[in-house]
Design a protein around this ligand. Structure first.
Ligand SMILES: [Zn+2]
Ligand SMILES: [Zn+2]
Length: 150
């Protein structure tokens, strides 16, 4: 169990029925400009934070949808059947890690992204700022351990 100093954040769908409780700091915060993320989010790019799956607890009614990513991996999205918000997704190329859309935390103070990927699909007017942001137009980008992550 986390002690009192451990940060706990809760992502919530728009209607509030589906929640993801995330314990501790995310292992990765990134922005993705790929077309699938644009369609998923309904925005010009998507921001997401990732935690080890054991640190994320989903509660509420949900459905899942699977798509095959450009990498060939299956991506499984968990969304609220009432309001449609995606609250979590997993990619089989990165087992044990869950991605949560940053917007679902409704927290403007959420940690800034350190990775900006799929920039070859980026809208011209969009710019992810920050000196330590890693930019990539590859479909994959090295993670902390040097492993390529979709
Ligand atoms: Zn909902
Ligand atoms: Zn994407």
């Amino acid at each position: 169990m986390p002690d009192a100093s451990t940060t706990v954040r809760t992502a919530t769908c728009r209607c509030g029925a589906l929640q993801a409780r995330c314990v501790g700091e995310p292992v990765r915060v990134s922005v993705c400009h790929c077309l699938a993320c644009q369609q998923r989010s309904g925005s010009a790019f998507a921001a997401q934070a990732r935690w080890p799956e054991e640190d994320v607890t989903l509660s509420g009614d949900s459905r899942t949808w699977v798509r095959i990513a450009d990498s060939g991996h299956r991506a499984t999205y968990t969304f609220c059947p009432t309001c449609g918000s995606t609250i979590a997704y997993v990619i089989e190329g990165w087992p044990g890690v869950v991605a949560i859309p940053v917007g679902a935390f409704a927290d403007p103070d959420f940690p800034a992204p350190r990775y900006s990927v799929y920039e070859h699909r980026k809208h011209d007017w969009a710019e992810i700022r920050g000196e330590d942001v890693r930019h990539s137009s590859d479909t994959r980008i090295p993670g902390k351990d040097g492993k390529l992550i979709p």
